[in-house]
Write a protein that binds this ligand. Sequence first.
Ligand code: NAD
Length: 412
Amino acid sequence: MSLIDEVCARMREAARVAKLDPDAFALLSKAERELDVEIPLHLDDGSLRMFEGYRVQWNDARGPFKGGLRYHPKVDMHEVEGLAALMMVKCAVVGIAFGGAKGGIRVDPKSLSKDELERLTRGLVRALGDDVGPTKDVPAPDVGTTAEMMDWFADEYGKMVGRLEPAVVTGKTIGHGGSEGRDVATGAGVFIVYDALKRHLAIDPETATVAVQGYGNVGREVARQFDHHGYKVIAVSDSHGGIHREEGLDLAALAAHKEATGSVRDFPGAQNITQQELLTLPCGILVPSALESQITASNAVYVEAKVVLEAANGPITAEADMLLAKDGVVVVPDVLANAGGVVVSGFEWTQNRENVRWSREEVLDRLAATMKTAAEDVWSYSQKHATTLRIAAYALALERVTAAEKERGRLR
Ligand code: NAD
């Protein structure tokens, strides 16, 4: 099943649990708009290459469309649809006034120079035209995109409309209107959610060990957060492979090693393992923080973790979800666990619109309060309806979006 099919299957189950009207499911399980654009790029050598860009605007009943931009060679419309639908659910779960969207360009960003990436990003802005805007659709970074690219995005949009509009995009650098705390928001949010739920989970926080798949923006911060709070991070992996050290990894030294060599592999004192081995290591908490569909029907039964925190979007397939539940593994779903990024993106948007600056402390305090409330809401819903945390999160979100659709008259 593609990600969008999985998300819709989960929405259908959630709609059943929430006893939603079939019309509500029909409306919320379809994108409002899908944009497929061709972006011409003059490469540094003068030749022209065309790139395909996508933007899926899933739903804006609760506020402007919101969701990241992914630059990756495997991006396609189906993937973007799935990620856009997840954004609708995510924003509603954490109660921020945004809808759901996602976009991307099918490109390997590592194959382009910085100048080419800048021209490509500016080309995307021009191709999207007035389909984006501060009160319409507000992109942000995702896999393969950076704060600097968001700066280029805002700058090009400003030129297009003839005024400064920093709130057209979030995840910018601090100097260009970005928010304090956005750099750590997703990883910090993962830990806050875990911490709020830990008394309900069948693990001993005193001795639980942690394995993190993916060592990018999110994975690195997740590992740092657990380490900072006294947990032993015993394994991490990246696109080159993984490493394991049962006594715990020295994360400061690992960051330096990754910086110097471009990979976590061959870290002194740790054993090299494969990406697959990381997922099935005996540990308390497994945190997939890379890409979709990493835990599938073929490896789910070998997962030994007690809890899986979905820091990545869609890392567990629907079939794997069932197998994990059968084995008593608690899954904290992406739409709750990794929502810290979009929450602080929302804070950035508010600061830009009001032309104010919040301190890092204020941002992180507000993030903690928002994530804690969402975790408690989802836990209570799952208990009340005897369902998984994932279906509870989806059901809660669908109820909230349905209420907004009724208010604006698209549902009776
Ligand atoms: P990133 O590109 O910075 O990092 C991805 C990491 O995964 C890299 O270290 C890469 O080497 C690694 N990786 C790729 N394939 C792998 C594999 N097979 N095994 C192990 N590692 C592998 O991306 P990111 O921003 O950290 O995003 C990671 C995930 O989190 C994505 O699913 C993204 O949609 C989701 N997410 C990100 C944010 C955010 O704020 N950046 C917010 C919410 C969700």
